[in-house]
Design a protein around this ligand. Structure first.
Ligand SMILES: [Zn+2]
Length: 400
């Protein structure tokens, strides 16, 4: 049974670790056993501490039947070593954990909504799962504001132990899950919860609580929030993004919405104009292709091979050629071994576009679909096979 010193003193982060045992674990790691420790093991929704014991890096800390295992990257011989807990990680966890108590109590106070579970992480947003699937945005804002007012009042956060008998008279927000000696965390005059985590000593240490988003998970509402240092990081990230965007748009941060709206309108107008021009260009190109057609009796045959051209372009060209009398057009595009083929046949040509497509794609294991007037498909082809692509076309048309 390891004595858990962090319960009564969460701010001691450097101490002399008395290593009594070094157990080999898998992947070249070792589990150090100490009779007493300030290292917090993963439990109660709060992540473990990291740090150093001597030269050994503490990568993980967990509890195994009352014994705390410090997972390290090397073995240590039994003895005393200077130990150091990563301060930033611990403080962040404490800020988020205390913030979680306050936010959970706030939802109960403001909207009569209970928190079912929580996940505390000082490096990424922590979460609270609420018992309901939806909370109105104004209620969310109200809860956030109320929780922060508790922080700004600098209330004391106390932790102490009670027995089962005492517990019955304590107005816990949630009933204790353990019996016997129960650890209580109390935000003065606001919230009383049974908890085994590390907490700030007063509410102002939490700094700030900011709800950043919500999501539905199994009919419940998951609230993602940041606190303390992470709230500052979050603010800085948003500030960098907004100032970067403002600079790109050559305006101030306040001007971003209006400038962006104007730019989007301009973009939309430019896209419409571009599309009109593109359609005009394709119509002109279809005319040029028709002018170059080979006259075969009553038929006009167009064959064209493009490199690196979109299949949608071919299709639009095909649609225009299809409407020209006597027209049979085969339009291919080649790009890095991939062949696209569009066959367009005028109604009066008597030629079936689908049949012609299948014949031309067969040598390349290609596949396609369409109707007798416009068919489209593709396959894989080698560079040197391209020359033979339209070789048999005239035979297929059966024109004498
Ligand atoms: Zn707690």
């Amino acid at each position: 049974m390891t004595e858990q010193l962090y319960f009564d003193d969460p701010l001691t982060l450097e101490f002399t670790a008395q290593v009594t045992e070094s157990r080999p674990l898998n992947k070249g790691r070792y589990g150090l056993i100490l009779p007493r420790t300030y290292f917090y093991p993963t439990s109660g929704g709060q992540e473990h501490d990291t740090g150093f014991i001597g030269e050994a890096r503490v990568l993980d800390v967990y509890k195994d039947n009352g014994t705390i295992i410090h997972v390290v990257d090397r073995s240590l011989t039994p003895g005393d070593y200077p130990a150091r807990i990563d301060r930033d990680r611990r403080i962040r966890a404490m800020q988020h954990h205390t913030g979680q108590h306050i936010l959970s109590a706030t939802f109960l106070e403001v909207a009569d909504i209970e928190s079912i579970s929580a996940n505390i992480n000082g490096d990424s947003p922590s979460t609270i799962d609420l018992e309901v699937g939806e909370v109105a945005p104004e209620t969310m804002r109200q809860a956030e504001r109320y929780a922060n007012s508790i922080l700004f009042e600098n209330r004391a956060v106390k932790s102490y132990y009670v027995t089962d008998a005492d517990a019955a008279s304590i107005p816990f927000r949630k009933p204790p899950k353990v019996s016997g000696r129960i650890r209580v965390v109390e935000v003065d005059g606001f919230d009383v919860t049974p908890c085994g985590g590390t907490h700030c000593l007063n509410t102002s240490m939490v700094g700030l609580i900011k709800i950043i988003r919500t999501e539905r998970v199994n009919q419940k509402l998951r609230v993602h929030f940041v606190a303390g240092y992470q709230a500052l990081d979050h603010f800085n990230t948003y500030q960098d993004i907004s100032q970067g965007a403002a600079s790109l748009l050559e305006t101030g941060v306040d001007g971003i919405p209006a400038v962006l709206e104007r730019k989007l309108d301009q973009l939309k107008a430019a896209q419409t104009e571009l599309e009109t021009l593109r359609v005009g260009l394709l119509a002109a190109e279809a005319g040029q292709l028709a002018a170059s057609a080979e006259q075969l009796g009553a038929l006009r045959l167009v064959t064209a091979l493009f490199r690196g051209r979109l299949a949608t372009d071919l299709r639009q060209l095909g649609m225009k050629l299809r409407d020209m009398p006597g027209m049979v057009a085969l339009l291919a595009a080649f790009d890095e071994g991939k062949l696209s083929l569009v066959v367009a046949c005028a109604q009066d040509s008597g030629v079936n576009a689908r049949d012609l497509l299948d014949k031309h794609l067969a040598p390349f294991n290609g596949r396609g679909g369409g109707d007798p007037f416009l068919a489209q498909g593709g396959g894989t082809v080698d560079n040197d096979e391209l020359d033979g692509l339209f070789k048999g076309t005239k035979d297929d048309l059966d024109v004498t």
